[in-house]
Design a protein around this ligand. Structure first.
Ligand SMILES: Cc1cc2nc3c(=O)[nH]c(=O)nc-3n(C[C@H](O)[C@H](O)[C@H](O)COP(=O)(O)O)c2cc1C
Length: 375
């Protein structure tokens, strides 16, 4: 019998919505909102460039959810008030001119907030690593967070629900709850940052409890068809080498519990950009492959997926349904179109994270071209 192999360009369904292909833009913080968290025209332009460039789905950069403790960086966009929502509407409208869905990544920084002042976390545990990403505060250790109390749980949950409602009003197709990379929900999932002795600490079920409660509250508040996905990872922005202590066994237990809610999708991040190092266990299994075998939800793999052979290997082995592309999308917002045409892409380098530099660089590499079709 002839077997038909899957390609990155095949259509796929996620949360009941059809996507043109299996290519998502990974969430990419560009710190280019205003200081009050309002998305700028530049942000509408680079999101539009991803859509015009052929991605089936865009997951926005991490967006803060309340004015209390959630904001992680200066110039991070928020989804907290009407002014921010209206500016996001321009971004969503720009994307929806094309056949592309847009998902808002909702994020609470927890102990890793780089905004000066008090931070909150599951427990008062000093984060490892140094804060370095935000030039407006001096580099150095993260502050010791305050352990969350009942009122904090309520406020964080209310912030997520409100932000998801605003995202819908702005025209987004869904939201992604950021439970990866060391931020608040990941601080609950990770044993050494969660020393709680109540129902939110201890075994995997307790450590996932808050994320699941917020997921369910958001789902309940939003109508059917509004996508609610979850992003998880082992590595963290402040600890790239961190791995779940029990490896594949921990993955099985965590995803077994998540299977009870079957999120609209599960997105597994490799923050350091190396799927083989960050998602593969010594026994040869992978976190996304295990998730795919346990959940009924589509699974998005990440970390070097601009290697098309690797991406299609995962799709065909049943270890993923979609792949998300980060750095390669920054360098070439039209990466899907270039790949489909067999044309060369622009290699990523760090300075390109600044949106204005990307535009200038793209123009200089490709010569004079229609700016609106790029940035
Ligand atoms: C500049 C930059 C900003 C990022 N911002 C976010 C973010 O806001 N939220 C998030 O979950 N991951 C973020 N990431 C991680 C990426 O989504 C992705 O996991 C990582 O780049 C690896 O994928 P890649 O190999 O395709 O680049 C960021 C990565 C980069 C390079």
């Amino acid at each position: 019998m002839e077997t038909i192999s899957k390609t990155i360009f095949d259509a796929v369904t996620i949360g009941g919505r059809k996507l043109a292909n299996r290519l998502a833009v990974a969430p990419l913080t560009r710190v280019s909102a205003t200081e009050t968290g309002v998305p700028t025209q530049e942000m509408a332009d680079y999101h539009e460039a991803f859509a015009a460039g052929g991605f089936g789905m865009i997951i926005t950069e991490g967006t803060y959810t309340d004015d209390l403790f959630s904001k992680a960086n200066h110039n991070q966009p928020g989804m907290v008030n009407t002014e921010q929502m209206k500016a996001w509407k321009r971004v969503a409208q720009a994307v929806h001119q094309y056949n592309t869905l847009i998902i808002s990544q909702l994020m609470h920084g927890g102990a890793l907030s780089e905004i000066a002042g008090e931070t909150i976390a599951p427990s008062a545990v000093q984060p490892v690593g140094m804060r370095t990403t935000d030039s407006s505060v001096p580099p150095g250790p993260f502050p010791l967070p305050r352990a969350m109390q009942a009122t904090d749980f309520e406020a964080v949950k209310a912030g997520y629900v409100h932000a998801a409602l605003l995202a819908r009003e702005a025209g987004f197709d869904g939201v992604e709850l950021h439970a990866a990379n060391g931020y608040l929900f990941d601080q609950f999932i990770t044993p050494h940052t969660n020393l709680r002795t109540d129902e939110y600490g201890g075994d995997e079920r307790n450590r996932l409890r808050f994320l699941i409660e917020v997921y369910q509250a958001v789902k309940m508040a939003l109508p059917e068809g509004f996508i609610v996905g979850i992003r998880m990872s082992e590595s963290k922005v402040n600890d790239l080498r961190y791995r779940w202590p029990g490896g594949s066994e921990t993955a099985r237990r965590l995803f077994g519990i998540l299977a009870e809610i079957n999120p609209d999708y599960l997105h597994i991040a490799a923050e350091g950009g190396r799927w083989d190092r960050e998602c593969v266990y010594p026994d040869g299994t992978s976190s996304n492959g295990i998730a795919r075998s346990i959940l009924r939800s589509p699974v998005i793999a990440n970390g070097g997926m601009h290697d098309v052979a690797l991406a299609e290997k995962l799709l065909n082995s049943g270890a993923a349904d979609l792949v998300s592309i980060g750095r390669a999308a920054i360098a070439s917002p039209d990466w899907p179109k270039l790949m489909a045409a067999g044309e060369p892409v622009i290699p990523f380098f760090k300075a390109l994270i600044s949106p204005s530099l990307t535009l200038a660089h793209t123009r200089s590499v490709r010569g004079q071209c229609n700016a609106s079709s790029l940035f």
